[in-house]
Design a binder for this molecule. Sequence first.
Ligand SMILES: Cc1ncc(COP(=O)(O)O)c(C=O)c1O
Length: 394
Amino acid sequence: MTMSAVSRIYLDNAATSWPKPEAVYAAVDAYQRESGAAVGRGATRVAGELEAVVNRCRLRAARLLGAESAERMVFTFNGTDGLNLALTGLLQPGDRVVTSVAEHNSVLRPLWAQREHGGVEVEYAPVDADGIVDLDSLKTLITQETTLVVLTHASNVTGMIQPIAAVGEMAHEAGALFMVDAAQSAGHLPIDIESLPIDILACSGHKGLMGPLGTGLLYLCPGIEEIVFPMRLGGTGSQSETDEQPSTMPDRYESGNHNAPGIVGLDAALGWIEERGIDSLRELELQLTSRLIEGLSAIDGVTLYGPLSPEQRVGVVSFNIDEVAPQEVATILDQNFGIEVRSGFHCAPKIHESLGTKSTGGTVRISVGAFNTTDQIEAAISAVSEIAGAMQTS
Ligand SMILES: Cc1ncc(COP(=O)(O)O)c(C=O)c1O
């Protein structure tokens, strides 16, 4: 595919990170040209080499997310895939789920379907104007009848980091399971599953984890596989003589051929993150986000959403320019400045009622990544300032 040679400032890393580390391109290219093997199917030397990379990828993912056992990390095709697998496989008629209005449609829609067609009750905790979930409301909503609590770790609209430890404890005290949507936090924030009250965690492999599109991870704590029915049944390359889906992890949830090029790329990406260190990635994110918040909040006619303190958020910053539709701002940024951002509701419709951005058509969202620079952030601030100034004088 030939892409435009015009210089680009990519600030849409919450959708998918770009560019990827060089090692990711090299690994995918080498796999496609020199391997081509399928995962877990075949005993050739090349298949064995691929198996070793896949196992290393699982191990690296487990290490990064603080999971004790690599077998409990299931490869999925994106964050949505893992969330669907867990929600549809777990919930039964009569179950009661508590979630929040800050969730992405990859949680809201499977839950809506379960409510409409699966006899599941769903309740939504409100968030405040910054997007933080209201703990008092959660305390009231989570009862002995609650089966599952689902919460996003970090909002893809305001960047707000939710108090997952406190919410997980609340869920466990009531005897409910706790599931975390880590699509916006994996690779951005240190996560230690074993020390947190988390039963299920789903994330993308292609956002903060820096892998290719078509990758995701799902963690299930020991025993959960007994109550989460697999969404996809079929060949696993293991126990092929039985009609029944294997009960062993991770085969139980990995039917059909894997996205081998994606996993090989994800492995290289996780290796790159290990080398860089999650703390240094977070430090850069804080530095860029901090300057972005400072710069945007100083512009007349710009309203920022989410907490002003960068420590309370990942590198996702939503804003609007008075009287200008977010779609128009994003188009001008792209066409006049070569700056790529996202506009609209960002697949998280309910939070916009709390932010007051439903009637404005959502927000403009800038999301920083591991390859963004201070100069790019300055360019974005000055472009937004120019657009806001031009709109005020027009
Ligand atoms: C909070 C949140 N959850 C889930 C998802 C879905 O992830 P994926 O795009 O990997 O399916 C996203 C994607 O933007 C997200 O921001």
